[in-house]
Design a protein. Structure first.
Length: 182
């Protein structure tokens, strides 16, 4: 698989929710770039403490969705809360939906999608505490380990990573979905 995937994250991402999908994508042959509104590096959160620092490949202001085949959003509580407040990150996210490219998010990673206004009419899952937020944004929240809606893949928690990673790789391989919408 010769695809290039963007992982959008900033400080406070749940470490396993970035490292596990990144590894699965790379093992499938994809090139993966960490994109961030921060320059140089971002710091992971591991369950209940700060963890490793990860190199940022590109600042979000320096990239364009047209240069990527897919977008992946890890969770954590701090990471998505910061991304949803960053206008450039929201525009980057929205571009993937407009270009009908696969987008995936796990756990709290769906929060910036609320601000990108792309959940209306979508079937998806997330960390359970976000159910009402998803419903208020027009999404159809379900309690399943992984949900795919026209190239849009979501999962609930790190316990769902095996199923999430399998569907993520499958959707990236499939490419654009004509029914994908912003």
């Amino acid at each position: 698989m010769k695809k290039i995937v963007a992982i959008l994250a900033t400080d406070g991402f749940e470490e396993i929710e970035l490292t596990s999908p990144k590894k699965a994508l790379e093992e499938a042959g994809a090139e993966v770039h960490i994109i961030s509104p921060k320059r140089d590096s971002i710091k992971a959160w591991d369950n209940d403490h700060w963890s490793e620092t990860y190199k940022v490949d590109h600042h979000v202001s320096e990239v364009d969705a047209k240069d990527y085949h897919s977008l992946m959003l890890p969770g954590g509580v701090m990471n998505p809360d910061q991304l949803r407040q960053d206008k450039t990150s929201i525009e980057f996210i929205t571009s993937f939906f407009e270009q009908k490219k696969p987008v995936s998010a796990i756990c709290h990673g769906i929060q910036p999608l609320i601000d990108a206004d792309v959940l209306k009419g979508r079937k998806l899952t997330s960390y359970p505490s976000l159910r009402k937020d998803v419903e208020n944004a027009g999404g159809n929240w379900v309690d399943e380990e992984v949900v795919v809606d026209q190239g849009f893949t979501t999962s609930r928690t790190p316990e769902d990573l095996d199923a999430f990673n399998n569907k993520l790789v499958e959707e990236v391989r499939e490419g654009k979905h004509e029914m994908q919408h912003a």
